[in-house]
Design a protein around this ligand. Structure first.
Ligand SMILES: NC(=[NH2+])NCCC[C@H](N)C(=O)O
Ligand SMILES: [Mn+2]
Ligand SMILES: [Mn+2]
Length: 316
């Protein structure tokens, strides 16, 4: 008699239906390598909108946040920091308005410094409901430097420090919630390239940090289940800030700061599927796509598929 195997019993989670608002941030001011300012264009040229609409979602494209031209800043660090702060103030208003209206902002970067604004906006909207914000940070990097601790001076290595209330005052006060995110509600997944100052800060604050070794040893499912549990404990929702460089560069070569030994394609999809099934995601960033280093937009296309998994695309 032929044995019969039932597919593993898995609760089918009702996909979220609603409106996703695309917000482009064509900014590479926070990075030393040029090119991620073209990330929003690359994403809009991918199958992103078609994939989200295929899921039954309404897609609103809110266009781009205005970003000052780099040449007007004469590469002066303080002028660059002030310009990024201005962009983040504008972005925080936009993401707060979307979350307040029950719309999910999907912020397309652009370098990761934008998250100091996008997450702050989510935190403002949730604070108005008396709630704190969970933050899942998918990244090879911790982005936990302050202007004082940074070795590079690049602001894309700083957003998390500012969301936790450290660093440049105007950039760490973009939310009505101070700090925008509490240390116990932040979870890193995919870390593999940290500065010494960031290691010390992670230990000092006791931050929840799952490295690539944790994923290797315990599996993505166990790590991501814990990450979701931590980010939803005591919060009103989760902001997922996804740096495309958390995926291995063999799959995602077109990123601003590639680091070998990243998540596999399936690990990246499973992470997004677990996020979707949690029902807790209220906003998402997808940042650091660099078309100059990409191959025929493959990284943007991969990210479009990952976003679709986060918004409910299923295999079966
Ligand atoms: N979002 C990123 N790609 N961040 C890279 C940061 C690299 C380094 N830790 C720095 O602070 O300069
Ligand atoms: Mn990174
Ligand atoms: Mn990053």
């Amino acid at each position: 008699m032929n044995a019969t195997f039932a597919s593993p019993a898995r609760a089918v989670v009702k996909p979220w239906t609603g409106t996703v608002q695309l917000i482009g941030v064509p900014m590479d001011l926070g990075a030393s390598r040029r090119g991620v300012d073209m990330g929003p264009s690359a994403m809009r040229l991918s199958s992103l909108t078609a994939q989200l609409e295929r899921l039954g979602l309404a897609v609103q494209d809110a266009g781009n946040v205005p970003v000052p031209d780099r040449t007007s800043l004469a590469n002066e660090p303080r002028a660059v920091l002030d310009a990024i702060t201005e962009v983040c103030i504008d972005l925080a208003d936009r993401t707060a308005a979307a979350v307040r209206a029950g719309i999910r902002p999907l912020v397309l970067g652009g370098d990761h410094s934008l998250a100091a604004g996008s997450v702050a906006g989510t935190a403002t909207a949730l604070a108005e409901r008396g709630q704190r914000t969970g933050l899942i940070w998918l990244d090879a990097h911790a982005d936990l430097n302050t202007p004082q601790s940074s070795l590079s001076g690049n602001v894309h290595g700083m957003p998390v420090a500012h969301l936790l209330g450290f660093g440049h005052r105007p950039l760490r006060q973009l939310s009505t919630a101070i700090p925008a995110v509490s240390p116990e509600h932040l979870v890193y997944v995919g870390l593999r390239d940290l500065d010494d100052a960031e290691r010390a800060m992670i230990r000092e604050l006791g931050l929840h940090a799952y490295t690539m070794r944790d994923i290797d040893e315990r599996g993505l499912r166990a790590v991501m289940d814990e990450a979701v549990s931590i980010a939803t404990d005591g919060t009103g929702g989760v902001h997922v800030s996804c740096d495309a460089d958390w995926v291995d560069p063999a799959e995602a070569p077109g990123v601003g700061t590639p680091v070998r030994g990243g998540a596999t394609l399936r690990e990246a999809h499973l992470a997004m599927e677990i996020v979707h099934d949690s029902g807790a995601m209220v906003a998402m960033d997808l940042v650091e796509i660099n078309p100059i280093l990409d191959r025929q937009n493959q990284t943007a296309e991969l990210c479009a598929e990952l976003i679709a998994s986060a918004f409910g695309r299923r295999i079966l």
